[in-house]
Ligand binder design. Structure first.
Ligand SMILES: Nc1ncnc2c1ncn2[C@@H]1O[C@H](COP(=O)(O)OP(=O)(O)OP(=O)(O)O)[C@@H](O)[C@H]1O
Length: 330
């Protein structure tokens, strides 16, 4: 278990993060999402003990490591860096051994062999890092991170160097590993699909704060703000006048949203006339860019599986089911 309580940090008198609190239970995967530079890696680095000066407490198991200044090597944390941070001048065996400096030579050899076996890299034992594929390098990084049987696994963009299929397979494999070993895992990614598919919980950071921390499915279905909705779901903001016209109430500090695949466009009449500005073929679906003609030409994006009878520059109508509209904080 890892618990972060009232964590905050500043660099050069500029506050980067404040009042961040969350827990990760054993066997749980928590993903931190947020725009570039919001402080995700800084949280991982602080948990690993690489960033010493911060506010608040970080506890691993029953031990509050930050207050006791427990150093990195004693924190029972495995850290997989974004670029894997393998030593290019050492071979696979030496890279993994590096993490096992506390063990005797004999025990070290035994543990390295176990890890090579576990992570399916036995054949690469004496290869240099540049002789490995991205996926193999990632396995070496994971083997090194797991060498000392950590309780906590920190993963910074672990899939970013892998192609689509390998990314998918590795994600499943890593998820199983975390569950089997009952690790508390914290993942940082930019990819919301990845976050939703691998995480038990997601934390979204914006403007120095953790603005929502929740079960992944719950957060997707009930984002607490426009920022979270935009980050996770692809939504349109509906004009307040439209909301009133369809008989719903909305206060000034709220905003009405709808997911882009919950808006339907057709030539059948409705109370919302649109002009189609653009249609893009995106593989499994089409993306339409629209103007709401009676609502100040508000722009919207719609995801649709068919575009029968619809062309660029056509006038058509938007159909929305009231129950799909969510009214949330601005
Ligand atoms: N050691 C440091 N000294 C000064 N500023 C730092 C230091 N480490 C991080 N920062 C700053 O803190 C902010 C947060 O950085 P961090 O790497 O944690 O962001 P991030 O959310 O992981 O970004 P990205 O998604 O781009 O990787 C950035 O503005 C960064 O420049």
């Amino acid at each position: 278990m890892v618990s972060i309580e009232k964590f905050g940090i500043s660099f050069n008198d500029t506050k980067i993060l404040e009042n961040i609190s969350f827990d990760v239970k054993p066997g749980e995967i928590v993903t931190l999402l947020g725009s570039s530079g919001c402080g995700k890696t800084t949280i991982l680095r602080s948990i690993a003990g690489l960033q010493k000066e911060h506010e608040g407490t970080i506890c691993i198991g029953n031990e509050c490591v930050s207050s006791k200044k427990v150093y990195k090597k004693d924190r029972e944390v495995g850290y997989i860096f974004q670029d894997y941070a393998l030593f290019p001048h050492l071979n696979v065996h030496e890279n993994i051994s590096f993490a096992l400096y506390k063990l005797s030579k004999k025990k070290k050899e035994k543990r390295v062999d176990e890890l090579l076996e576990q992570f399916n890299i036995v054949d690469h034992k004496y290869k240099q890092i540049h002789q490995l594929s991205g996926g193999q390098q990632q396995r070496v990084a994971i083997a090194r991170a797991m060498a000392n049987n950590p309780k906590i696994l920190l993963l910074d963009e672990p899939f970013s160097n892998l192609d689509a299929m390998l990314r998918y397979k590795t994600k499943i494999w890593l998820k199983d590993l975390i569950k089997q070993m009952n690790l508390s895992a914290i993942l940082v990614t930019h990819d919301k699909k990845e976050a939703l598919s691998i995480s038990d919980k997601i934390g979204i950071i914006n403007d120095k704060k953790l603005i929502q921390f929740d079960n992944a499915k719950k957060m997707f279905e009930n984002p607490n703000s426009l920022y979270v909705a935009n980050f996770l779901c692809e939504v349109n903001e509906l004009p307040n006048r439209y909301i009133k016209d369809i008989g719903l109430n909305i206060k000034e500090d709220k905003v009405a949203i709808i997911k882009i695949d919950e808006c339907k466009i057709s030539k059948d009449k409705s109370n919302c006339k649109v002009k189609i500005l653009d249609i893009s073929f995106c593989g499994e679906y089409y993306e339409l860019v629209l103007n709401l003609l009676d609502y100040d030409n508000t722009d919207m994006i719609v995801k649709s599986h068919s575009i029968e009878n619809l062309n660029i520059n056509d006038e058509a109508f938007m159909h929305i089911d009231k129950k799909d509209i969510k009214i949330i904080d601005k």
